[in-house]
Design a binder for this molecule. Structure first.
Ligand code: GLU
Length: 425
């Protein structure tokens, strides 16, 4: 049953597997040495269940995907006002490494371009660069749920070739936008960019943000919902370099990409996505990563303006009216996440029933994705040697003409089962 979701993800990844457009980032020499064909996709549900497709375990450096995290940590440690006094929240429309500050405030325009990200590092209160890096390293690791490791080769390579970032650092100092020694701040920035992640780590990080700062796997709250709201807002407007407008209209999820080839996308309340493919477009975004996120959004209905309400609490009641018969009762709006939850719970509990009854009579709204996923449930159950019945008086899942038998109530199903079991005289 959960394989219905898995197959969809595999199919979406496969749609773009042949694309070989784009170039590896080579301005950091070490990044030019990675396998250009690496391609992985992970999706974490808001309760921390992971789906993986392709090279989901391949490690790469986090690069700019570190920016929203360090920004969140600065907000967490010194507060919104103190951060706002030093970094703006306006999209710059400029390249990520533009040597620029806001003309009026003399502050970096937002925390997703290098100038703002370097300033964000300098706002992490610590007694030394090492201590600052440790706070950052601990925070990222807590968001992901495992201890991340530093890629020393990428760090050294970035540090040796960082003329542009040094220029930005000294420019910031000259505008009094940086209080600390630029080289010390940059050293921490290079280290944060060189932490190694997999796309499953990114999906987990995304799920932590989707849950308002609570890591669903460790159960640890890493920051507050207010910090996450601000961080996601800036990701919406500035996360995809100067491709943010296209991204919001086509994909519609707060996201951040990095020149290492990763993209993290977050659907608040619902899920986190991580994609990895290192060939980049001219804006610096992963070519296959963008295509994959676009397809995920279109085919699974994940645009944040489509997902109107929190569809997380879809499965309201699971009960057993008699032994071997399990009822799954869905409420509210049924979208991808809700349907995924139904399928996964039905799979997890497969040893506890011979017959399942899916009751969708209290569902308000359903989208095509959820309808397709749930209509496939009956066949998946039969393939598994089980029986599945649908209580769907209004034809929410099984539309007119569908071969699926629609019952009006759970009792009607139970009556039908009794009639079948009663020995014929
Ligand atoms: N470490 C990279 C830099 O500062 C990050 C850039 C990126 O991923 O956009 O150039």
């Amino acid at each position: 049953m959960a394989e219905l979701v898995q197959r969809r993800l595999d199919r979406i990844r496969a749609e773009h597997a042949e694309v070989a457009d784009g170039e590896l980032a080579d301005y950091i020499p070490e990044l030019a040495g990675v396998d250009p064909d690496g391609f992985g996709l992970s999706l974490s549900t808001s309760d921390g269940f992971i789906y993986e497709s392709g090279q989901a375990a391949t490690e790469f450096t986090i690069q700019s995907i570190s920016k929203p995290l360090t920004y969140a940590l600065a907000l967490h440690l010194i507060g919104l006002d103190a951060v706002d006094a030093r970094i703006g929240v306006e999209p710059s429309g400029e390249a990520f490494n533009e040597i620029s500050v806001d003309r009026v405030t003399n502050n970096p325009k937002n925390p997703m371009i290098n100038a703002g990200a370097i300033t964000a590092v300098s706002l992490i209160p610590a007694g030394s660069p090492d201590e600052r890096f440790e706070l950052i390293h601990d925070f990222y690791s807590a968001c992901v749920g495992r201890r991340l490791e530093l890629d020393h080769d990428v760090y050294t390579s970035e540090k040796a070739s960082g003329a542009r970032n040094r220029a930005i650092g000294y420019m910031l100092q000259s505008f009094e936008a940086l209080d600390d020694d630029p080289d010390e701040v940059l050293d921490v920035y290079y280290r944060q960019c060189s932490l190694r992640v997999t796309c499953t780590d990114l999906a987990r990080m995304g799920a932590t943000l989707a849950r308002g700062g609570m890591n669903p796997v460790t159960g640890r709250r890493v920051t507050s919902a207010a910090v996450v709201r601000r961080t996601l807002s800036v990701m919406v407007t500035c996360g995809m370099y100067d491709g943010a407008g296209d991204w919001v209209s086509a994909v519609g999820m707060p996201a951040k990409s990095g020149v290492g080839g990763g993209i993290v996308a977050v659907l608040p309340g619902q899920l986190g996505i991580g994609v990895y493919s290192p060939r980049l477009d001219d804006k610096g975004n992963s070519v296959r990563g963008v295509l994959t996120c676009r397809s995920l959004s279109e085919q699974l209905g994940l645009h944040f303006l489509t997902v109107r309400r929190d569809a997380r609490a879809t499965l309201r009641a699971v009960y057993e009216p008699r032994s071997g018969v399990r009822v799954y009762e869905a409420h509210g709006d049924l979208l991808f996440s809700g349907a995924e939850e139904v399928l996964r719970v039905a799979e997890r509990e497969r040893d506890r029933y011979d017959v399942t009854i899916l009751d969708v009579s209290r569902v308000d709204d359903i989208d095509d994705t959820a309808r397709e996923m749930l209509s496939a449930l009956g066949a998946a159950l039969r393939a598994d040697g089980k029986e599945g019945h649908l209580v769907d008086p209004d034809g929410v899942v099984a539309r007119a003409g569908s071969p699926e038998i629609r019952f009006r109530t759970v009792d009607d199903v139970l009556d039908a089962l009794d009639r079948r079991r009663r020995p014929t005289p």
